[in-house]
Design a protein around this ligand. Structure first.
Ligand SMILES: C[S@@+](CC[C@H](N)C(=O)[O-])C[C@H]1O[C@@H](n2cnc3c(N)ncnc32)[C@H](O)[C@@H]1O
Length: 338
């Protein structure tokens, strides 16, 4: 049994909790005791990182040097190594304030001796964080050499590409169904399309973008994800999409923020135009999740990704109603009966 801590970007916690609840054997919340196979936690798509926790009920970090704690840490390292290719983990590093102290130097050398891994303070493959806890201290070993948000399918990056855990969270907001015809307006390098199809099959997956370089990156990433033939990429202007009305059940749009892509001035005209097109494509009751300009600020700041829209922020748009708040979440819901 391991104590596990899952980490999400600010604002995504609730959606990650929902994803964690679907893992057999996982508890509630983002910190829980877990008796199931830890490999299952590597498949969490909304988690930024997942850690095995070794608590130490001691007022000083020297408590980590006790035999029992060192054995537990050794066990955690051995377990994490079984989850990855043998040659992908050769070293570890410490993430701790004051890791040059004699206690942390001793911890590093003990762990190195017991596990055979080199201590590489800058580029170590495994990350061991040490921090104060309510009851004393705790060590947290990340279960993957890179954060889980780093996706192996991303072989082509693009300026303005979406963090994959945000994409996975947006996909959750669309409540994916296998029958969905799913459209990504402004698909860029295909982060949302790939995260959608890796979550569940779809009736159809459509990606629209006007930029040939973005579509080229999308093609490469889709192929790397093993999803060739499952996505239709279409070069098109989001204000005039070559698609009949009322023909998609789920839509996502990671709208240009106006910094790396587009401009703030252009957005004031572009956003309503794109949302109107989204509403035209949507069947009644379609689900829509979007990010927009304020997201960057909120994700980087202390604020959060607010995902629930207050009911008084509805903007009527033809066949559907777009619920839209200054947050990345927008939901298209059916018109109230007239
Ligand atoms: C923020 S980026 C999307 C990034 C994408 N989510 C990813 O992870 O790579 C916005 C995309 O919208 C596209 N775009 C902006 N305005 C457009 C328009 N009027 N018609 C079509 N595409 C547009 C841009 O080319 C860009 O690829």
């Amino acid at each position: 049994m391991w104590e596990v801590e899952c980490e999400a970007l600010p604002g995504l916690e609730e959606l990650l909790e929902g994803e964690v609840r679907r893992v057999p054997g996982a508890g509630r919340g983002l910190r829980f005791d877990f008796a199931g196979p830890v490999a299952a936690l590597l498949r969490l798509r909304i988690a930024q990182s997942v850690y095995l926790v070794v608590p130490v009920a001691s007022a000083r970090p020297t408590g980590l040097l006790g035999e029992q704690q060192l054995r537990r840490l050794e066990g955690a390292v051995a377990l994490v190594r079984t989850l990855h290719r043998r040659d992908s983990i050769r070293s570890f590093r410490l993430g701790a304030a004051g890791y040059h102290s004699s206690t942390f130097r001793r911890l590093a050398s003990e762990l190195s001796r017991r596990t055979g891994l080199a201590f590489d303070p800058d580029d170590g493959d495994l990350l061991l964080r040490v921090r104060r806890s309510r009851d004393g201290w705790e060590a947290l070993l990340r279960i993957s050499p890179r954060p889980l948000s780093t996706r192996s399918w991303r072989v082509r990056n693009m300026a303005g590409a979406l963090n994959a855990t945000i994409a996975a969270a947006m996909v959750e907001l669309t409540e994916p169904l296998e029958s969905d015809r799913f459209a990504n307006l402004g698909c860029g390098s295909a982060t949302l399309l790939i995260e959608r199809l890796l979550r569940a099959p779809a009736g159809q997956a459509l990606g629209y973008d006007r930029d040939p370089a973005a579509l080229e990156a999308a093609r490469a990433n889709i192929a790397a994800a093993g999803l060739e033939g499952h996505v239709q990429l279409v070069r098109a202007d989001l204000e005039r999409l070559p698609r009949e009305a009322a023909s998609v059940e789920a839509l996502v749009a990671d709208l240009p923020y106006g910094n790396l892509v587009g401009s703030h001035a252009a957005n004031t005209r572009l956003y309503p135009a794109i949302l109107r097109e989204a509403a035209r494509l949507a069947v009644r009751g379609a689900r829509f999740a979007g990010t927009h300009a304020t997201v960057e600020v909120e994700v980087r700041g202390v604020g959060a990704l607010t995902v629930h829209a207050p009911p008084d922020t509805r903007i009527a748009l033809g066949a559907a109603v777009v619920v839209c708040v200054p947050s990345p979440a927008c939901t298209v819901v059916p018109d109230p009966p007239s």
